[in-house]
Write a protein that binds this ligand. Structure first.
Ligand code: TNX
Length: 532
């Protein structure tokens, strides 16, 4: 078996050289090519920092037990939950009973052992070690989050179905970036909590750890706000194309947040302001400068609506909406949008964003906003989400670089790389193409650490793949646009720069095909990947 070995120390050095290969990767037309038979430790995705096959494997079978009794206090409960969830995930495909046992005295007994070790060196907040030998599989991490990620790696090492051998070896792993996000727009088309839970499960297995929810837009308001009930009740009753829309109650939202949290995915809710607010302005006349309610909107134009920046009532609205959302959200971020405010004069935009940012701070949260905020006055600590593309004006990129130099972290979502609503090619039925087509290779083959001139890797908080839903209203279309491109996002966010390599990635991606099939995920069989 070929040995894959990477050490964290060499990553920075190798990063620059390898990203070159990645960016200019081969254009071979592999139609008809047979997929390479990769050994289990070689086909992990996202590629781990280090993986090595060695020694005898573990017989994963009817006697396998998951042992979680190796921590104490509050952490013990959480480790137990991680163990229960892993058992559930492994039971389906394996058909094994996999009892979860938390007796502390059998910590060296056979099985899958979850071991919390706060002193484990080099693993960071989310990293882990996975060691497989004849006596079992040991997962070690400093945090329950790390144990969860270890378990997701293990899912890729057990047989696709039934019992079998987990090959012997060791994985030592930690993420390159803290933020690895996906965004779903439930405003243009409504999606239910059940549908979004399914997406969370699909993402979390690839170590995505943030779900950004675009909750409001011109076409619909999707979250109940007690102080402004018509936002959801009336403003939620529309969507693109004239469908019925819908909204989430606070209970729905809490349920999704808890479900995501159990999978170590933080929810980042977005209320898009001061533009993209027609649904709110249709619900409440007082949110318009002329005091007249707007019609609900079901088209897909952007940039026509704006909150009334000069009116005090506007800020009561902002305060009450963000306050309620902050109280519902355990995560540290509130996203306030700020994109395409084409109907808001620049001075008004800056004045509005000043106040909205202050409000977020008052509720103890950190601002995230689309990168247009860089041209106004980003508040201390505010995170900018870059959604430009190759043809974005140099001045806009420079504003983001200046903000990064001033200490603002940046989330990279380049539209011509990571927008999951861009068509793969001209034959793709759903999707848009304003940023060009985004085939699988294009989505993957770039280096977030050196992507934006003047934005150093140390300023990059991470990457995020947004899925806008003007043209996407079903689970099938959602999955078809996200998969397999979102696996590229996962690897860009998690794996060391030295591992980014299109030639090896397309082999590892093809090895995920049967797993995606087994989970009944609809995905695009990209012609540049040698699917089996
Ligand atoms: C741009 S990206 C938008 C969205 C659209 C999207 C469609 C961004 C911050 N604004 O309003 O849905 O393009 O691709």
């Amino acid at each position: 078996m070929r040995v894959l070995r990477r050490t964290l120390g060499t990553l920075l050095v190798l990063g620059a050289a390898v990203s070159c290969t990645a960016a200019h990767g081969d254009d071979a037309k592999p139609r008809g090519e047979r997929p390479a038979a990769l050994a289990p430790y070689e086909r992990l995705l996202p590629a781990p920092a280090s993986a090595r096959a060695a020694g005898p494997g573990y017989a994963f079978g009817a006697g396998t037990v998951i042992r979680t009794g190796l921590a104490d206090g509050a952490a013990a409960d959480e480790v137990r939950q991680v163990g229960e969830l892993l058992a559930e995930q492994l039971r389906g495909p394996s058909g094994l009973p996999l009892p979860v046992v938390d007796a502390a005295d059998d910590k060296d007994a056979d099985g899958i052992r979850l071991r919390l070790d706060e002193d484990a060196a080099g693993l960071g907040r989310e990293g882990y070690r996975l060691e497989t030998a004849a006596s079992g599989v040991t997962l070690t991490a400093r945090t329950p989050a790390g144990l969860f990620h270890a378990g997701q790696t293990l899912r890729q090492l057990v047989p696709l179905s039934g019992p079998g051998t987990v090959p012997g070896g060791t994985v030592t792993d930690a993420p390159r970036f803290a933020y690895r996000g996906a965004m779903l727009d439930i405003a243009r088309h409504f999606f239910t909590v059940e549908q979004v839970k399914r997406y969370v499960d699909q993402l979390a297995q690839y170590k995505v750890n943030a779900l950004h929810l675009h909750l409001t837009d011109d076409q619909g308001w999707r979250i109940a706000i007690d102080a402004w009930p018509r936002l959801a009740e009336y403003g939620g009753g529309s969507e693109v194309g004239g469908g019925p829309g819908g909204y989430w109650t606070k209970e729905d939202y809490r349920e999704l947040v808890a479900y995501a949290g159990a999978r170590y995915v933080d929810v980042v809710p977005e209320i898009d302001m001061p533009g993209h607010v027609n649904a709110a302005q249709a619900s409440y006349a007082e949110l318009n400068c002329d005091g007249k309610a707007r019609e609900r909107y079901t088209g897909i134009k952007v940039g026509f609506s704006s909150l009334c920046v000069g009116k005090e009532r506007t800020y009561e609205f902002v305060d009450e909406v963000l306050g309620e959302l902050a109280r519902l959200t355990p995560g540290r971020y509130l996203h306030i949008g700020g994109d395409e405010a084409l109907s808001t004069p620049a001075a008004d935009y800056a004045a509005f964003m000043d106040r909205a940012q202050k409000t977020v701070g008052r509720y103890g949260k950190t601002v995230v906003a689309w990168h247009q905020l860089a041209t106004a006055r980003p508040a201390k600590g505010a995170v900018l989400q870059y959604w430009g593309h190759d043809r974005t004006a140099a001045a806009d990129k420079a504003a983001v670089a200046a903000a990064a130099k001033a200490g603002h972290p940046v989330i990279l979502s380049p539209a011509d790389r990571l927008y999951l609503d861009m068509k793969y090619d001209r034959a793709t039925k759903p999707g848009l193409a304003w940023a060009g087509y985004v085939p699988v290779q294009r989505a993957y083959a770039w280096n977030p650490g050196s992507y934006l001139p003047g934005v150093a890797e140390s300023s990059v908080l991470g990457v995020e793949a947004p899925l806008w839903t003007e043209t996407i209203g079903t689970r099938g279309d959602l999955e078809y646009m996200a998969f397999p491109r979102v696996l590229g996002l996962s690897e860009l966010g998690w794996s060391p720069a030295s591992a980014l390599d299109w030639t090896s990635y397309r082999q590892r991606l093809s090895a995920q095909g049967p797993r995606l099939d087994a989970q009944d995920i609809t995905f695009y069989r990209a012609p540049d990947v040698p699917w089996s």
